[in-house]
Ligand binder design. Structure first.
Ligand code: HEC
Length: 179
């Protein structure tokens, strides 16, 4: 009788202990899984908890920033655009040597200072010598003839917006009467 009871007592004891052990283990494993899950998803969880509606001021700011980026992108797209033979960004005449002129002549002052001037090749050379002597312009090396040719071609005196010569024969002269 005792011999038959004993195993059943032991098996009962063992199965109780095992189930306690398994319960404790699964609580541990569950806790570990939750901890890891939180570690991986922490940012998302935080974001979800902190999610707020944008105020109109914030929305406006974001819109402005987006518009700024769009206009910068548009400017970059136009960076080297040429319309009617004029390079939009600098106002220089388009030419195969344009990039040489841009890099040599726009680092110190606006390209406008160049395009609003007119001179012969010698005149341009004098200006370059003057800038070299007094304004720190470097020796232009092999680029100098290219630059002078370009300037003499597009910014020569005859190409200026001078008024036409007076047609002397057809002018109706009048006498200015002074009182
Ligand atoms: C190292 C700087 C520098 C570089 C590079 C430079 N310049 Fe100048 N340039 C100057 C300065 C400084 C002035 C005087 C600006 C002022 O008066 O406001 C000037 C003035 C001028 C003027 C006006 C002269 C006048 O009589 O009013 C012209 C035209 C000119 N530069 C053309 C050029 C050209 C063409 C190039 C390219 C070859 C060039 N510059 C490169 C510094 C430079």
């Amino acid at each position: 009788m005792e011999n038959q009871n004993r195993p059943s007592f032991w098996s009962g004891f063992m199965s109780t202990n095992w189930s306690i052990l398994i319960t404790i283990l699964s609580v541990f494993v569950g806790a570990i899984i939750i901890c890891f899950g939180y570690l991986f998803l922490e940012d998302d969880i935080q974001k979800h908890l902190q999610k707020k509606e944008l105020t109109p001021a914030q929305l406006e700011k974001l819109t402005q920033r987006a518009e700024q980026r769009i206009s910068i992108a548009a400017e970059e797209a136009n960076w080297d655009k040429v319309v009617d033979g004029i390079h939009l960004r600098t106002g220089f005449h388009a030419d195969p040597n344009l990039q040489t002129i841009i890099s040599a002549c726009t680092s110190c002052h606006s390209s406008k200072l160049v395009t609003q001037n007119r001179a012969t090749r010698e005149g341009w050379e004098t200006m370059i010598r003057w800038m070299q002597a007094t304004q720190g312009l470097q020796d232009l090396g092999d680029s100098e003839p290219v630059i002078l040719d370009y300037l003499a071609k597009y910014y020569a005196p005859k190409a200026t917006g001078r008024r036409a010569q007076l047609d002397l024969a057809n002018i109706e002269w009048y006498i200015l009467e002074l009182e």
